[in-house]
Design a binder for this molecule. Structure first.
Ligand code: IPD
Length: 263
């Protein structure tokens, strides 16, 4: 690899920041959507923020590939470097005015995560990591918790946007039984950054997308945690677990059998 992780990180951070700044400058347009679905919102600012991040990435690395939430159906350019962009993770929170949303940019080299940045504009927090660095929040090194008792843990989960029925409720019930307190906060990458920063002990969701976790999973791992795709589905959809490491085996043992019966 001729480009260093630090160089890639700088571009990831700039792309996430510019995307977030664009959304913040247009917060008055939070109802400006292309369509409203039963469990999702197609937001114009999602598209614009992805264009903003893409312009930053391609001006630095014109021949790199970009997988973005808003353009995930398009073929990828041929490159060893693949950037993965979620322009607004937590779109529904943003749409309703909740500040729990972020802009996420990651880059993989030959399939391995090398750098990732998650910018949470309304909290003024920038989370970053490379494959060779610790994880940082606003330049300060962060670490996961040392909680090793599931019944004393705080675990976040999410409502799978494609299946809000019994499938989702079974997992929510299970997380509630496992943790001291469960949380559903509505932005996977923000939740994972909280795991990295030692504010949550773990995060699980039965159906997210690679762009929801690409940057934040590297940040969790470099903060000492453990991340795992428990199950993969077509079109970049996955069941995903991120923990402080100490709780990983226990969480996995509870959740994986449920996924095996939920084909
Ligand atoms: C969503 C958020 C949410 C999770 C959904 C994701 P988006 O991402 O991360 O927390 O529950 O599964 O799709 O659509 O706002 O980028």
């Amino acid at each position: 690899m001729t480009i260093t992780p630090t160089e890639l990180q700088a571009v990831a951070t700039l792309a996430a920041r510019r995307a977030g700044d664009h959304v913040m400058a247009n917060r008055h347009r939070r109802s400006d959507v292309n369509s409203i679905l039963r469990t999702d919102v197609k937001h114009k600012l999602d598209v614009e923020a992805q264009e903003t991040a893409t312009a930053v990435i391609l001006s630095a690395f014109p021949d790199h590939a970009i997988l973005g939430e808003e353009t995930s159906e398009q073929p990828l350019a041929e490159s060893d470097y693949v950037w993965i962009v979620d322009p607004i993770d937590g779109t529904i929170n943003f749409f309703h005015g909740l500040p729990w949303w972020c802009c996420s940019v990651a880059v993989r080299y030959k399939g391995q995560a090398v750098a990732g940045s998650v910018f949470i504009p309304e909290m003024l927090q920038m989370y970053e990591a490379t494959s060779e660095s610790p994880a940082y929040c606003n330049g300060e090194v962060i670490r996961v918790t040392t909680t090793d008792r599931l019944e004393l843990s705080m675990l976040a989960t999410g409502a799978d946007k494609w299946d809000l029925g019994e499938h989702s409720f079974r997992f929510m019930r299970k997380i509630s039984e496992m943790a001291q307190r469960p949380r559903i906060l509505g932005a996977a990458a923000v939740d994972m950054c909280m795991v990295a920063a030692g504010k949550l002990d773990g995060y699980f969701e039965s159906g997210i997308y690679v762009w929801d976790m690409a940057a934040a999973s590297l940040i969790v791992e470099r903060a000492g945690g453990t991340c795992e795709i428990l199950k993969a589905y077509p079109k970049h959809r996955i069941s995903f677990l991120a923990t402080n490491g100490a709780l990983h085996a226990a969480c996995r043992a509870e959740l994986l059998p449920m996924l095996q019966v939920n084909a």
